[in-house]
Design a protein around this ligand. Structure first.
Ligand code: XUL
Ligand code: CO
Length: 438
């Protein structure tokens, strides 16, 4: 790498919990083995290009505050290459093995589609070079189908067929580039695929068009031989009032209804789960239950603010429950833990990006170690197994094996006296979890 952008910051090392150095890992020790895998292979941390490199920290009440000495704000390929250099320096210094991007994060959108495609190709050549030099991989690529004014009413659900066509062309090219960069996946986040009022919306037509769009993507994937995993990322609202991919269950239903399930897995994001009034571990469990947990966008919301604040995750409790779900489903295959998170507007210096990622990585390292211990000890699993034991034999087994009928259950029920299930023991289990976490 040529010029250094994060001057004065060395490679972040593991120094253990007692270190006083704030630019060090206390818990994330990439090479340390937990169970059967190294921490770095369990967690597969990824940088979100849009938040780490491009975001200016503007909000509805004020402009950007962030110092980004690598970005002169110009819509040039030259500037895009410089941002990429800074991004790879950052990832290397943190030991991040992966990154994710939207087409318009890495390259500028220019006057027309062809010019934008050419710019993206030129930057992709540079990204490929940087990937080769550093060994950092593309976890997934995606297309930004929500920022440009043409997408104000949706992209694959736009009422305009011309907008739909441009969106398709943009995804086609973003898939080409992702493929060329050896991307392990490609994500579809709904962006503005939703609506604000039914007064102007033909929902059936919009969702039908969306299904056609995704089928075309599947077709194109086969055509170009892209072997990466497709992901859908649920989110219930913001920017639209109603988003079609509102939560994991809605996405799974949509994919099943339109014969798409075999081609997609889900990318679950914490703050999206909470916007849908779910805990993130619920969303992870729903996805995993359908064999469709693919990847995670790790962040957190603020319980006092009702929008997608995309904060860095620092809650060890939550990280423990998330990694519990991850370990139970056997870990990531193609996916990883992408920090879809941004530093606060008040934290405007480049070094804040390091503090933020170090915190997120240490939080998940702790969560991983704790979740691993919980699984090894087995007390929690034993409780849950015992709770359902009545379905392992006797009348319960006839239910489990699908042999029971209403008549056979009635025959059994008529012989029973008063019945209550055993206590759920929620408080005892919360105490148990505390014993591991603290
Ligand atoms: C938006 C969001 C996106 C997706 C990729 O809330 O999470 O950044 O992850 O388009
Ligand atoms: Co996301």
């Amino acid at each position: 790498m040529n010029q250094e952008y994060f001057t004065g910051i060395k490679t972040i090392a593991y120094e253990g919990p007692k270190t006083r150095n704030r630019l060090a890992f206390r818990h994330y020790n990439a090479e340390e083995v937990v169970g059967k895998k190294k921490m770095k292979d369990h967690l597969r941390f990824s940088m979100a290009y849009w938040h780490a490199m491009k975001n200016t920290s503007s909000d509805p009440f004020g402009g950007g505050t962030r110092q980004r000495p690598w970005d002169d704000g110009s819509s040039t390929v030259e500037n895009a290459r410089r941002v990429a250099d800074a991004g790879f320096e950052f990832m290397q210094k943190l030991g991040l093995g992966f990154y994710c991007f939207h087409d318009r994060d890495v390259a500028p959108e220019l006057g027309d589609l062809q010019a934008s495609n050419d710019a993206l190709d030129a930057v992709a050549d540079h990204l490929r070079k940087l990937q080769r030099q550093t060994g950092i991989k593309l976890l997934w690529g995606t297309a930004c189908l929500f920022a440009h004014p043409r997408y104000m009413q949706g992209a694959a659900t736009s009422p305009s067929a011309d907008v739909y066509a441009i969106a398709a062309a943009q995804v086609k090219h973003a898939m080409d580039v992702t493929h060329r960069l050896g991307g392990l996946g490609y994500t579809f986040w709904g962006g503005r695929e939703g609506y604000a009022t039914l007064l102007n919306t033909d929902m059936k037509r919009e969702t039908g068009n969306l299904a056609h769009f995704l089928h075309m993507a599947v077709e194109y994937k086969k055509k170009i031989g892209f072997k990466g995993q497709f992901y859908i990322e649920p989110k219930p609202r913001e920017p639209s009032t109603h988003q079609y991919d509102s939560d994991a269950a809605a996405c799974l239903n949509f994919l099943r209804e339109h014969d798409l399930l075999e081609h997609f897995k889900l990318n679950i994001e914490t703050n999206h789960a909470t916007l849908a009034l779910h805990r993130v571990e619920h969303e992870l469990a729903v996805a995993a239950g359908a064999g469709a947990l693919g990847s995670i966008d790790a962040n957190t919301g603020d319980e006092l603010v009702g929008w997608d604040t995309d904060q860095f995750p620092t809650n060890v409790y939550m990280a423990t429950q998330m990694t519990l779900q991850l370990l139970k489903m056997g870990g990531f295959k193609t996916g990883g833990l992408n920090f879809d998170a941004k530093v606060r507007r008040e934290s405007y210096e480049p070094v804040d990006l390091f503090h933020a990622h170090i915190g997120g990585m240490d939080t998940f390292a702790r969560g991983l170690k704790i979740a691993h211990r919980i699984i090894e000890d087995g007390e929690l699993d034993r409780f849950v197994k015992t709770r359902y034991a009545s379905f392992d034999n006797g009348i319960g087994k006839t239910v489990t094996t699908g042999k029971a009928t209403f008549e056979s259950l009635e025959k059994h029920a008529l012989k029973l006296g008063p019945v209550l299930p055993a206590s759920g023991r929620q408080e005892m289990l919360e105490n148990l979890l505390n014993d591991y976490v603290l």
